[in-house]
Design a protein around this ligand. Sequence first.
Ligand code: PEP
Ligand code: MG
Length: 764
Amino acid sequence: MSDPSASGWGSTRKTGPGAAASPKLLLRRLRQALAAPGDGQERLNQIVTLIAQSMAAEVCSVYLMRGQDTLQLSATEGLKSEAVHEARLKIGEGLVGVIARDGRPVVTAKAREHPEFRYLPETGEERYSSFLGVPIQKLGRTLGVLVVQNERPMSYTEEESEALALVAMVIAEMAEAGTLIPRASDDDSSEDREPVHIQGQGAADGVAIGPAYLHEPKLLLPNPIAEDPLHERTRLREALTRLQTDIDAMLDDDQMDATSEHREVLETYRLFANDRGWVRKLEEFIVSGLTAEAAVDAARTEARLKLRTATDPYLRQRFDDMDDIAQRLMRRLILPNDDDRAMPQDGAILVARALGPGEMMDYPRGTLSGVVLEDGAIGSHAAIVARAMEIPLIVQAKGALRGVETGDSMIVNGDQGHVHIRPREDVISAYEEKISLRAQEKASFAALRALPCRSLDACEVKLYINGGLAADLPSLDESGAEGVGLLRTELHFMLNKTMPTREDQSRFYSHILDKAGDRIVNFRTLDIGSDKVLPYMKQPRENNPALGWRAIRVGLDRPVVLRMQLQALLRAASGRPLRIMFPMVAALAEFEKARGMLLEEVERLDMAAPPTDLKIGAMLETPSLAFAQKRFFELADFISIGGNDLAQFFFAADRTNERTAGRYEVTHPAFLSLIRMIVERCDEAGTELSFCGEAAGRPLDALALAAMGIRAFSMRPASVGPVKRALLAADLTAMRIVAEEAEEARKRVRDALIEHCMESLIPI
Ligand code: PEP
Ligand code: MG
């Protein structure tokens, strides 16, 4: 930021006693004015008057967000006072709405000629030609818009725009801290304490009622304007020193392996914490009149704005690291005793912007009853972890963080994507009823457990569960599944802060086999990369991580880790059968190589009781493998279709991107014919085949896949009951005919299948 005090701020329009004041002076005046007693509205009025005077502007107005998508004129100097609290604009409407939507300033000398101009007659603004508006933002969230206007067509300078942005930043902090308008938690009668309903996307089924818990505590700045810049600079330096000491202490930790990747991450953090450019920027903000914490926040907000337009993954990563450091520094400044932060109450509903799968597992099992994310995607691994842990999860719940405080009552409905914050009593009762109905339904599924899973036309179908945590194993008995069709071993790695040793792994796999007893377990070797990141293993920066260096590719290139895992598995299975499969195999040669590596480890095995029966399989997750040489199908003892990745690559649709993830369905005729082909090739080679993507757990999709010949499915435990109930009531031959006829008649296959299920009373 250039030093705004050096600009000719307002110098061309000296109209009143305060004209040509520097932003620093304005901030000082604001601080004096705001120190005096007064309610939020009086403060807002003072702010607009002071800005108008200082900038020699005829109009200065503040618009604040009310609800999810409306901006309300909340104070003005120069426009008609009757319009305050009356004039409203939707996000995207008029210049003010566009600023809120895009999060960028708009400046024009001829507002009326601007294509987005929208005239609000109640304000009397038609006289004003020049317009400069900046968003009032905090960390990428728009809280309102600050505008100055002048009658005469003229251009505002870049310095003026930057200085107005600085004032907007102060207003954002004050708005968030509740010094302008009461913050949500401070006034139960305010509009913000009303019940809020948000429609997101359900990513893990289930319904929960519980108290909200914010993953990142809201850091409210007590006062963004500094009284004594020198004192603020000292505070900043002290906090930076403490931050560096914290990082050094982590690096000195005896547990930290000198070569670990985690160490590299921390060293990068240390570099950032010492970054001269960053520290200089923070000091500039302090010189402009902000407190140390407001300066850190201003730098973060500025960085997030830049991030919106950055596409370079390296830059994005750097921003993320920087943002993390800034958050730690803010905590050091605002909450010196933050380490004592209370863990959530049992049954809490976690609310966050985004969450990695590892972060979710940091919460002790049983603590969370639901998770709500503002971002996130249904196909992400965080969602898979939530489903494995049977925690209802909502993604894309836009605005959730704005509306909620830790401790607010909440309901999440993962089946339909509803989030209720501070729901009314009648809504709570309706959901309590729903929760009790679900419990009854669960009991009815339990009654199906003992029945063989056979369709009406006598097709035997085997149902397995997907797992990854030791705590998944009790679900085998509860669901009546035949075994674990997919054990995602990476979840165990993700739970650990450092790479688990061979002995750790072996103990874990042995425990899984003990619990499974006679039932089979398909251990899938480490599937990392893409959105599954191990904190202690450096992941290269890639433009397309889903298509990048992941899964078996990492295993083959870095055989030490894969070999160690194979040894651990072989040891764990001592005297018992063992099934191992490799993820993301794209070509026969890869399978041959991985299989060869495993056989070498068997040869080297120095054990009294090696595994009794070793079966080696592959996940079929890339279309190329469906077309592999016949030898692949002959060599594999078993194949499991990873439908999540297979559909992602088949349709070229990123499973973690909400714009593309829901676009294609497994009942699409093209996907069904791929499945038919894989079934035929496995039948021909006599190879065991199963399907373990998320679609296996959706009754309609499972029926369609079974109708194409799949006879084994692996799914999250909660889906076993519903899928079995559907299979017991279905005639798979009839369903195949329905699908084929629909395809011929150019009808949507999914619609035809749904219609058939309705007519035949198949519960889907
Ligand atoms: C799949 O891709 O369908 C699969 C089961 O693997 P994951 O979801 O763990 O990538
Ligand atoms: Mg996969």
